[in-house]
Design a protein around this ligand. Sequence first.
Ligand SMILES: N[C@@H](CCC(=O)N[C@@H](CS)C(=O)NCC(=O)O)C(=O)O
Length: 245
Amino acid sequence: MAIKLYQFCISHYCEKVRWALDYKGIKYETVNLLPGQHVKAIKKMTGAESSVPVLDHDGQIIQGSAQIIDYLEQAFPEPTLTPDDPALRQQALDWEKKLDELAGPAIRTWVYHYFLQRPKVVIPLLAAGTPFYNRIALSLAFSRVDEIMRNWMKINQKTADAAQQTLEDLVTELAEIYGQRPYLAGEQFSRADLAAAGLLAPLFQPSQYPVPWPKPAKIPKPVQAWLNDWQPKLESIARIYQKHR
Ligand SMILES: N[C@@H](CCC(=O)N[C@@H](CS)C(=O)NCC(=O)O)C(=O)O
């Protein structure tokens, strides 16, 4: 049995899958790709979109973090990440969908808007887990990388401001819930909590996440100021990560 995860180390959707695989105690190999160079390899495998994560389980190809978790729940049911009770199951799936659709893109737009202004900080994150010469290649082509990433994810000051608002709404909602009960769906840790803490992990930068997080002094000032202000609310989400990751 061979399981390969095609990923970007920095990708928070890939972190969802790494976490689910680790949680279930599944052995797997990662194939770390460089953003940009991944397109051909991923499209060839999926015959469709170029996004990661993609899981290859003995030749069976699954793309998308939620789809991969669905697959893992079938193939490796224990320990489960989806509640048995139908209402709680739906609640967990709804939360995951909402987080995938809102938190994932918002954090990416907001963080990259500021980090792309700091090539020396963002390049090691983008190239994490890949050969060292990729950092040189990205440095040499950085203005093009910046342009492509901004066009592709529609990143500009306006979208970054809207993304920041989305994050503030979500973090507020999550902190309120975690202040009242331990988990998002019922009494057990589920894929809903995994999605929340996995997708928002770049905001609290856990050491288990396989990238060289920059020191606070290197983080762009507007981001660091926001992180300082929102730290108390982020702590309840970080606790889920530290407890279950
Ligand atoms: N809904 C997808 C989103 C995946 C996604 O947006 N992946 C980004 C990295 S964070 C990606 O691969 N972008 C490059 C591309 O689409 O070619 C999931 O849950 O896996």
